[in-house]
Design a protein around this ligand. Structure first.
Ligand code: NJP
Length: 243
């Protein structure tokens, strides 16, 4: 209650569910995504404690401006959820379009860097905060067709470890969350692509986006202090039981 959270990729899926969950607990939420209409609709649904800020996380100045706007609007920035990410192009390395491949790196690693870079000075000055990166099992396992995605998620996970190492002494809580397979647009695209083992999973086995949203909320609280610097996974029954 009374805290302010910036959630990237908040237009749909895990980010949107997280914004709803945090707002329901009394937080102010800043919704960032490229599609202004999706975040504007969600902000309208949540009410005055939400602000929609169209922003491409792969562009540093847009992220920095967004962080400034949040600090001006709500007076503080307590939480950043680095959630924005893309999967496509799904392609073999041999046939990859170089620009499209690199765009995944720009968004999934560059976007996480930009989030840390823009928010850390604000949090350091304030004496603390929480930053959580939405990671993936793909950060730790190569899957055919997903070289850009797996590489980018591995990079983002390393960046998150580095951010913990450098900032724990400033009272900044940094963690990662691997959400498992969640019923979102991204997973619908995966199912349609039919390219690797993940697309063969049963749709009924996908968890709703409210689960990672609840996990992220839990990670913002003191119970998660035993896990600073770690990447938690929703495949872990122990974590599920706590939510
Ligand atoms: O994805 P989706 P999820 N700048 O596609 C936004 C990870 N994950 O909720 O910009 C700013 O429904 C995009 O909006 P738009 C996954 O890797 C998932 O499933 O308008 N925002 C939308 O709001 C990702 O990191 C699963 O296109 C940008 C949102 O991001 C996170 O969870 C499993 C942007 C994506 O909504 C959320 O995924 C796993 C940019 N440049 C990890 N690019 C899973 N779903 O099963 C995209 O292990 N967005």
């Amino acid at each position: 209650t009374g805290k302010t959270a910036i959630i990237t990729g908040a237009g749909r899926g895990i980010g949107a569910a997280t914004a709803r969950e945090f707002a329901a607990r009394g937080a102010n939420v800043a919704l960032l995504a490229r599609s202004g209409d999706e975040i504007a609709a969600l902000a309208g649904e949540i009410g005055p404690q939400a602000v929609a800020i169209p922003c491409d996380v792969s562009r540093y100045w847009e992220v920095e401006q967004a962080v400034k706007a949040v600090a001006d609007t709500f007076g503080r920035v307590d939480i950043l959820v680095n959630n924005a990410g893309i999967l496509k192009p799904v392609t073999t390395l041999a046939e990859a379009d170089p620009e499209a491949w690199m765009k995944v790196i720009d968004i999934n690693i560059g976007g996480v860097f930009n989030g840390f870079r823009a928010v850390l000075p604000v949090m350091i000055a304030a004496g603390g905060g929480t930053i959580i990166t939405v990671s993936s099992g793909a950060a730790h396992r190569a899957l055919e067709g997903w070289s850009a995605y797996c590489t980018s998620k591995a990079g983002a996970a390393m960046l998150t470890e580095a951010a913990h190492l450098e900032n724990a002494g400033h009272g900044i809580r940094v963690m990662g969350l691997s959400p498992g397979t969640v019923a979102t647009q991204m997973q619908r695209d995966i199912k349609a692509s039919g390219v690797n083992a993940v697309s063969q999973l049963n749709w009924e086995d996908h968890i709703p986006p409210e689960w990672p949203a609840k996990a992220l909320l839990w990670m913002c609280g003191p119970e998660a202090d035993a896990h600073l610097g770690e990447e938690l996974s929703l495949r872990d029954e122990g974590l599920r039981a706590k939510l």
